[in-house]
Write a protein that binds this ligand. Structure first.
Ligand code: F6R
Length: 245
């Protein structure tokens, strides 16, 4: 596992975007695994800049998003679908047919989730998976638990996550309580994983992962230590409690 500590959010974002850009240049039909939330916004901004100013070409790139709230329509401004178009896809030359985001309105979720994993496989798997981390150590919406589900599935969000995500809604009651998420196995199948962590509120969980040589399903992101090609990029605030970097 490689760990980089950058001065601040913007340095972290530039570093992450640079890694993506290099991968896209080497393999123009790269299959990207993408995340939403506050953390990747700076990375997406930098990728948009690279597209506009340096001609970074997304025309052959394929993307699969990690998760979507269950019950929200794709055009709902709180949906992850809406977020991705606002913050990235509307500003680069990715083809709409190459974009995949779980549909929060499907009724036969089980079949749908199975097909989502199969679709990823059809493209040869995810080349680079971008991840943020929840304050409780979740990745995607694989929440801390005794057991973690391998494939894409419908899951209940924990109170911690509902509270953390309520900042994007008018009140916690409006935060959906379920989401479709790539499972831990689907994430671990990615060839390369890039986890970003920024800010003081991520310091504790990053220390729990990095200060001890263990893994636990109670901190799902700790399992990334078992992946052969995981890179963590943190800013100094997120790294402030980690000793074993
Ligand atoms: C989002 C996702 C979540 C977030 C995590 C951190 O697609 O899968 O796991 O990455 O909740 O969110 P932020 O970046 O808002 O702190």
């Amino acid at each position: 596992m490689q760990v980089f500590i950058e001065k601040d959010y913007s340095a972290m974002s530039e570093k992450a975007a640079q890694i993506f850009a290099n991968e896209i240049k080497q393999k123009p039909d790269l299959v990207l695994g993408l995340a939403t939330g506050s953390t990747p916004i700076g990375t997406y901004k930098e990728l948009i800049r690279m597209h506009k100013e340096e001609g970074l070409d997304f025309s052959k790139v394929v993307s699969f998003n990690l998760d979507e709230y269950y019950g929200l329509a794709p055009d709902n401004p709180q949906s992850y679908n809406y977020f991705m178009f606002e913050n990235l896809f509307n500003h680069i030359n990715i083809k709409k047919e190459n974009v995949h985001i779980p549909n929060g309105l499907v009724s036969d979720v089980e079949t749908y989730c199975k097909q989502y994993d199969e679709e990823i496989e059809k493209y040869g798997g995810i080349d680079v998976q971008l991840l943020g981390i929840g304050v409780n150590g979740h990745i995607g919406f694989n929440e801390p638990a005794e057991e973690l589900i391998l494939g894409t599935h419908l899951t209940d969000l924990t109170e911690d996550t509902i509270k953390a995500n309520s900042r994007f809604f008018d009140s916690p009651e409006q935060v959906p309580t379920k989401a479709i998420t790539l499972g831990i196995g689907s994430i671990m199948k990615a060839k390369k994983i890039l986890l970003l962590a920024s800010g003081k509120n991520k310091a504790e969980v990053m220390a729990k992962i990095l200060n001890r040589d263990v893994v636990t399903t109670k901190i799902p992101a700790s399992l990334l230590k078992l992946h052969p090609d995981t890179t963590i990029i943190m800013d100094e605030e997120a790294a402030s409690l980690s000793s074993n970097k």
